[in-house]
Design a protein around this ligand. Structure first.
Ligand code: SF4
Length: 477
């Protein structure tokens, strides 16, 4: 006796029990994956469920899908690692019936079944809805930047290209001046040095030529940007000052009660202000509620987007960004002017009436203008405007924004809920990805990859909330 717990002898005859099933407990999450995929109508989701008439027999999409869902749930996302796991992992042996496809087959399945895989993710949200996990009908919308396969050096914007060309020109100038000032006393050394510098200059000139060719390609692109490895990836600013990545902007609508991702979208737009209504409408459809409450940060504040939500029966909570030039100069802000709806006029801090004067069109928006005739003689003018008179603009649907402001004033804690909700899924997903980039290239394939991440996240959350057996019961119901 060694005095420690001892393992079995390797050469013992019955290492495996009679049934593989005995290795997988009743509470093992792998059982949820098995039942969930088996209950899906794979054909209607777009998977090819009938075998080819000719050629080698292929793997059933259910087997491949189980393999991927298991992989993303256990942070095994690459096809090569999945191939290895399928050969040695008992849970995967149980799940796939000891089938172990090669990495190429695994990779091809993800590549060729993008739209269907994305629908599978939505199917799980429907199960969550059936389990009444979205009863609050309140979601937080947020976006986060995820790295693409594309290295920063292989992405070009106008500013980056200008900077790189300037750096190359500066390097050439430096080498030329080094050549001129080189010591010519030692003939042999001078020759060697000038040869070396000439070689460097030739290489730099070749690089300039290459960049100039790329510049032409870049300027021909609609958004004047070029990514060489993943053509859809875009340069994006991140929250850290002076930091940025080349990647994608992932949008999520997260249920505030259980932190489940109700809807998600991958875009390559660098900003969030065109995303609010699209994400909110997707979330509303996924939850299937009559009305929906949505909270988001100030990056989403855009009049038309808020109006679209309002028309769709979605109540929004988001703060207005402080972009007023007047306030930055220490002058009265728009909030200091009170709108009197019945008279269609504003009252200024000096108590003067600012009646309607004219209506204009600006960037597709109808704006009404209001001003007073008494500004010139006003004692508060130095705190109000540097112009002849203070003019106040009002968007034709400004009432929707005022109602939003009043709602948020009444319930400021909604913003705290936003922070607590939105950060959880992104933090988890990034930890699972291991701060690395997406495995796939181009927007559509990255969308598929994100759907697998979201499905795995939601699965894990629901298993943590309800346990394995209730989910299996709900899926089979
Ligand atoms: S400057 Fe004009 S708008 Fe401003 S407080 Fe005076 S009267 Fe009112």
């Amino acid at each position: 006796m060694s005095g420690f717990i001892e393992g079995e002898n390797r050469t013992q005859a019955t290492l495996f029990p009679e049934q593989l099933d005995e290795y997988v407990t009743e509470e093992n999450p792998v059982r949820v994956i098995d039942v969930f995929v088996d209950e899906l109508d794979l054909k209607s989701l777009g998977f090819k469920t009938s075998p080819e008439d000719t050629g080698r027999l292929g793997y059933h999409p259910a087997t491949m899908l189980k393999l991927y869902v298991y992989g993303y749930l256990n942070q095994v996302q690459t096809s090569r690692r999945l191939e290895r796991e399928a050969q040695r992992n008992v849970e995967l042996m149980w799940l796939t019936g000891r089938l172990a496809p090669d990495f190429w087959t695994i990779a091809e399945f993800r590549k060729n079944n993008g739209p269907a895989i994305r629908k599978v993710c939505r199917e799980f949200v429907l199960i969550c809805r059936k389990l009444e996990l979205f009863t609050d009908a309140f979601v937080a919308i947020d976006g986060s930047k995820f790295k693409a396969v594309n290295n920063r050096d292989r992405n070009f914007t106008k500013a980056k290209m200008k900077r790189r060309l300037e750096q190359l020109d500066a390097s050439i100038a430096r080498y030329l001046s080094q050549m001129e000032s080189a010591d010519r006393v030692d003939e042999q050394r001078y020759k060697q040095k000038s040869e070396r510098l000439k070689d460097k200059i030739v290489k730099l000139k070749e690089e300039i030529k290459r960049l100039q060719e790329l510049e032409k390609e870049m300027l021909a692109a609609p958004d004047k940007q070029l990514s060489l490895t993943d053509p859809d990836a875009r340069s994006m600013k991140t929250s850290g000052r002076g930091t940025g990545i080349v990647g994608y902007n992932v949008q999520t609508a997260v249920d505030t009660k259980h932190h489940l991702i109700v809807a998600h979208e991958v875009t390559n737009t660098c900003h969030d202000f065109t995303q609010l209504s699209k994400m909110a409408k997707q979330a509303k459809a996924a939850i299937g509620a009559e009305g929906l409450e949505v909270v988001a940060d100030r990056g989403y504040f855009e009049g038309e987007q808020i109006l679209a939500c309002d028309k769709a029966g979605i109540t929004t909570y988001l703060p207005k960004p402080q972009t007023s030039n007047n306030q930055a100069k220490g002058l009265f802000g728009k909030r200091d002017f009170h709108y009197v709806a019945e008279d269609d006029e504003y009252r200024c801090p000096a108590g003067e009436r600012l009646p309607w004067r004219m209506t204009t069109q600006e960037r597709g928006k109808t704006l009404h203008r209001y001003w007073s005739s008494n500004c010139q003689t006003c004692s508060m003018k130095s705190r109000c405007t540097t112009s002849k008179q203070r003019r106040v603009s009002r968007w034709e649907h400004e009432g929707v924004l005022e109602a939003l402001e009043a709602r948020l004033d009444k319930e400021p804690e909604r913003m705290r809920v936003r922070r607590q909700t939105a950060e959880h899924p992104f933090g988890t997903l990034k930890a699972w990805m291991g701060s690395t980039h997406f495995q796939m290239k181009t927007l559509n394939r990255v969308r598929t990859e994100m759907s697998l991440h979201v499905l795995a996240y939601n699965l894990k959350r629901v298993i943590n909330i309800l346990g394995v057996r209730p989910i299996i019961k709900a899926v089979q119901a």
